[in-house]
Design a protein around this ligand. Structure first.
Ligand SMILES: Nc1ncnc2c1ncn2[C@@H]1O[C@H](COP(=O)(O)OP(=O)(O)OP(=O)(O)O)[C@@H](O)[C@H]1O
Ligand SMILES: [Mg+2]
Length: 356
């Protein structure tokens, strides 16, 4: 695996940088001269060039590349900016001010770009179908398997996954903090800054006004989640706004929850026809109880979707929800065992895709 590259022959600077890399838990490559720097220059995920070797690196035409940082040692030295431009640095930083920034940059650099967590969306075939409940239970199934799990509330008008999980009073980032985001986020830092419960990182709304989710913010968050987590579960609204469409396009699979009822099936047909155009793998979850004995096969036939499974009615769910006991926390419940099985299937599919 390639490592961040430190280019300096100044022992004091090197010492400081090594300490910061150690704080980030990252091993680095050190080049004390331009010849050694050349070997790792192109492949390193991050290059930090000390001011002592900036001129020589620039003169040696090591090649343009992204993620190069020049380390200045004198705030009054105006020539540092020209040198930084010559070496192709994107920014100049000074210690000790930039210490936290550099720790984060080291950590970010080691988030392997090929790590891609599994993104799963849930949505309901009708209002109150059980999509949010399923998303929370799926997230618990993720942590049972010791997956780094992110649960995203993608429904601005929903009751809030934070309330289902009881994290509404925990400090941490919420959607309004991230709504203006676009581009590459420092994934590990963002996930770390979210409220956590039972090992699940939760991105939810606050109790302020509902705001539509811009596609760019959703894209940035999902992409960060994929890099920093193994499982990203997104609970969507059926209205499929721009943010939801972005999620469906990014998701490996979307689970459409449909109560085993005639009218729910009719409503779900509309949702399925729209979501099916956006998602590469839309699967059906038929949820009990079925007051009119509608069979899962009939629902499946009507919707023409692959069946992820049938979900028995969860006993005492509404009481548990009111008491703040999150659904599917244990694998013994119908929701828990269902989610364990569905997640196993989805992870197996992911393995197959990776091997292909
Ligand atoms: N697995 C389940 N077993 C039994 N009842 C369930 C189940 N899942 C959901 N329900 C019932 O449906 C209600 C709504 O569930 P949930 O909030 O998860 O649905 P939703 O699809 O997210 O709804 P919304 O349209 O509001 O987003 C629950 O309060 C409960 O009464
Ligand atoms: Mg919901």
């Amino acid at each position: 695996m390639t490592r961040p590259l430190l280019v300096t022959n100044d022992p004091v600077v090197l010492d400081g940088l090594l300490r910061l890399a150690a704080t980030a838990g990252v091993e680095v490559e050190v080049a004390a001269d331009v010849g050694s720097a050349r070997r790792s220059w192109a492949g390193a995920p991050l290059v930090v060039v000390g001011s002592d070797l900036l001129d020589r690196c620039a003169a040696s035409r090591l090649g343009r590349r992204g993620n190069v940082v020049a380390l200045g040692d004198d705030l009054d030295d105006a020539t540092i900016w020209r040198k930084a431009v010559d070496v192709g640095a994107e920014r100049v930083v000074f210690l000790p001010d930039a210490e936290p920034w550099l720790v984060q940059a080291f950590a970010d650099a080691m988030e392997t770009t090929d790590h891609a967590g599994l993104v799963v969306a849930t949505l309901g075939g009708r209002g109150g179908a059980g999509a949010t409940t399923l998303s929370v239970a799926l997230a618990h199934a993720g942590t049972r398997r010791e997956l780094r799990t992110l649960l995203v509330d993608g429904d601005p008008l929903g009751g809030g996954v934070d309330l289902v999980l009881g994290v509404e009073d925990l400090p941490g980032l919420r959607w309004p903090d991230l709504i203006a985001t676009r581009g590459r986020l420092p994934a590990a830092a963002v996930i770390e800054a979210l409220p956590h419960v039972d090992g699940i990182a939760v991105l939810s709304w606050d109790r302020g006004d509902a705001t539509p989710l811009p596609a760019e913010a959703v894209e940035a968050v999902i992409e960060a989640g994929r890099r920093a987590c193994d499982l990203v579960v997104v609970d969507l609204a059926r209205t499929l706004d721009e943010g939801a469409r972005e999620v469906l396009a990014a998701a490996a699979c979307a689970l459409l929850v449909v109560p085993a009822e005639v009218r729910a099936t009719a409503a779900a047909a509309r949702v399925a026809s729209r979501a099916g155009l956006l998602c590469r793998d839309l699967r059906l979850v038929v949820r009990g109880p079925s007051p009119g004995n509608v069979a899962a096969d009939d629902v499946q036939l009507a919707l023409g979707l692959p069946l992820a499974g049938t979900l028995k009615a969860e006993p005492h769910l509404d009481v548990h929800l009111e008491e703040g006991r999150p659904p599917g926390r244990r694998s013994r419940s119908p929701l828990g065992s269902f989610c364990d099985r569905v997640l196993s299937d989805l992870l197996a599919d992911q393995q197959v895709r990776r091997a292909a």
